[in-house]
Design a protein. Structure first.
Length: 619
């Protein structure tokens, strides 16, 4: 009795288990389809996929583990074996991407390895030389060590530039330059104070001053070296970003109209789902601030003034060096030298800044020329005569021109950096569904879709009762006759600069630039159809044609447009045409004032319909 009482409950549990199994199987199939269509989804957390598809997290984790344990197969051509060289290249590329996924860590590690390898090599060479009884390294060994160290550091710098190029971020280059500066400062401090401890001949006060001054000069040199490194790294990052932008633009240029439409409606959907930004989050853009906007609109005078003032500061420093007391005042001379060094660094930075703020390349070149012109204007003052430093005027002009060209290149690099940063900011705003950026992108796509908008006249030709013509006819005769019929219409249309949109079946759709050429082609077709039926038609019944014309605007190339209202209306006008005639809309009538038309007193798609009074050329 007890077992009999439990049977209904067992059956219910089994039914529920079967139902749960069906639901789980359906969810698993949905997960399978998702992973097949989106391979990158296999890298998502198991918890996220489990929540999305309603599966247990342990089950999803097991599926992902099984996927990651096997390499995803690549498409292979039949009978083609993968090249060993290609496999090596793919392995090197994969290793490079893994090593540079964290660029700052990569830079620090390679810096340390490069310095450590160089120091270790120098230490081993010195130790081997002393073990052989030579207190100093021979000249050949010294030059070999120098070339080795330069090669190692050059290779390290090249790898850093490649990493910056890949990640397209100047911030990484600045961090790398900062790390290099810190390492060089530590090394310089170690060398300077070690040397001071060994010398110990000067008085304590003089020795302290000399060491500090020399250390400051060394630090200034290290700073310039780090700035040079950061500048080259930033340029590599900017070039990487510019290359990426050009690749995206090239890919966008090859997008079809359908792809652009899909992109447009995707942005429209994201715009509808986006949330308006709070008022506290809104703020003026950097380039839209009043000061920056004024400078971008009036760059000439500020650049001339800045170039003039910086050169004056440098000249004052050089002049102070020349008039300083001649006695042993090394500390005074050294301190004055900081002024022209500071001016040189500031000039370099201002050239980059003015390029960054410029509106276009032309403004960048003019702004850089104004900075250089201001400096030349300052050098014409009697504070310092350029010829008094032992150089001829020709050499002075050549050096200044070369310096101006170099600074123009630096300014152009700054402009390129601003261009790349603006595009990166735009992409980031698109990822955040920023409404202003989404709207701007939608407008740009609309412009791209409508940049080929033109008014055309569409001719639609149709054979009346074509199904009766084909009935009980020889299939070969049908195939031959209709192919000749389509080629005949196409030849007449192309003769009058028509572009055939389609010639399938028993009709044709042709676009003309003017209504005159379209009507001329229509009349020639209705005139020659009798001769075509006599000489070419292999069917028992003749071709009896109806032709409709409509004029309107088409956005884009008609051969790439899947649907346009102009073709649709022309087809409807053709349906209202009597056999052997040509019908047009009021749009065509207005463009043919010298032609004679008969008002059919009909309205099709909101357009009045007229019949051409003379449908053939013989009437």
């Amino acid at each position: 009795m007890r077992g009999a009482c439990e049977r209904p409950r067992d059956a219910k549990e089994r039914m529920q288990a079967d139902l749960n199994s069906d639901v789980a199987l359906s969810a698993a199939n949905a997960l399978l389809s998702h992973l097949r269509k989106n391979p990158g989804a296999a890298n998502q957390p198991a918890s996220q996929l489990a929540t999305t598809f309603g599966l247990e997290e342990s089950f999803v984790a097991q599926v992902l583990q099984g996927i990651h344990s096997h390499r995803r197969p690549e498409a292979k051509q039949a009978g083609v074996r993968p090249s060993p060289l290609r496999n090596v290249g793919a392995a090197i590329k994969n290793l490079w991407f893994k090593a540079t996924n964290r660029p700052i860590l990569f830079v620090i590690v390679t810096f340390i390895l490069g310095f450590a390898g160089s120091l270790l090599t120098i230490y081993l060479a010195v130790r081997a030389s002393r073990a052989s009884g030579q207190p100093e390294l021979p000249y050949d060994a010294v030059m070999g060590l120098v070339l080795y160290v330069v090669g190692i550091m050059s290779l390290t710098a090249f790898l850093h530039m490649a990493a910056y190029f890949r990640h397209r971020s100047s911030r990484n280059a600045l961090y790398g330059g900062l790390f290099l500066f810190c390492v060089l400062l530590v090394g310089l401090a170690f060398m300077m104070f070690t040397k001071r401890a060994r010398v110990g001949t000067d008085s304590a006060a003089d020795a302290h001053i000399n060491v500090v001054i020399l250390y400051l000069f060394g630090a200034m040199g290290m700073l310039m070296l780090a700035l040079m490194y950061a500048g080259v790294g930033s340029l590599a990052a900017v070039l990487g970003g510019w290359t990426r932008i050009k690749m995206l633009e090239r890919a966008e240029e090859t997008m079809s109209r359908q792809d652009l439409l899909e992109r447009y409606f995707e942005l429209q959907s994201r715009l509808q789902k986006s949330v308006y930004p709070r008022a506290s989050e809104a703020g003026p853009a950097f380039f839209a601030s009043p000061t920056i906007s004024w400078y971008r609109n009036h760059p000439l005078i500020p650049n001339l003034v800045v170039g003039f003032l910086l050169q004056i500061i440098a000249l004052v420093g050089f002049q102070a060096l020349g008039i300083a007391p001649g006695q042993a005042a090394t500390d005074q001379v050294s301190i004055w030298l900081f002024i022209p060094i500071f001016a040189a660094i500031a000039t370099f930075l201002f050239h980059i800044l003015q390029g960054y703020l410029a509106k276009n390349v032309f403004a960048t070149v003019i702004g850089s020329a104004c900075l250089t012109g201001g400096a030349l204007l300052a050098r014409t003052l009697p504070i310092l005569d350029p010829t008094s430093v032992g150089s001829s005027r020709a050499h002075f002009i050549f050096s200044e021109a070369l310096d101006g060209i170099l600074m123009m290149g630096i300014s152009c690099a700054g402009y390129l950096g601003a261009f790349v940063q603006n595009r990166a900011a735009k992409e980031a705003n698109l990822q955040r569904n920023d409404q202003a950026t989404l709207l701007a992108e939608m407008v740009r796509i609309q412009w791209k879709l409508s940049n080929e908008a033109a008014t055309i006249c569409v001719m639609v030709v149709d054979a009346a009762k074509s199904s009766e013509m084909k009935a009980d006819a020889d299939p070969l005769a049908v195939e031959y006759t209709f192919r000749e019929y389509q080629e005949w219409i196409e030849a007449i249309s192309v003769e009058r600069n028509g572009r055939v949109h389609s010639t399938a079946g028993d009709g044709a759709v042709v676009a003309f630039e003017t209504c005159d050429s379209a009507l001329s082609a229509a009349r020639r077709i209705q005139t020659d159809v009798f001769q075509f039926n006599k000489d070419v038609n292999r069917l028992a019944q003749p071709f009896r044609l109806r032709i409709g014309l409509h004029s309107g605007e088409v956005v884009g190339d008609i051969n790439q447009v899947q649907f346009t209202e102009v073709i649709d209306i022309a087809a409807h006008i053709e349906s209202a045409c009597p056999v052997g005639g040509i019908t047009v809309t009021d749009e065509v009538l207005n463009r043919l004032p010298e032609e004679q038309f008969i008002d059919l007193k009909a309205l099709v798609d909101g357009h009045e319909v007229f019949l051409v009074a003379n449908p053939t050329e013989y009437q």
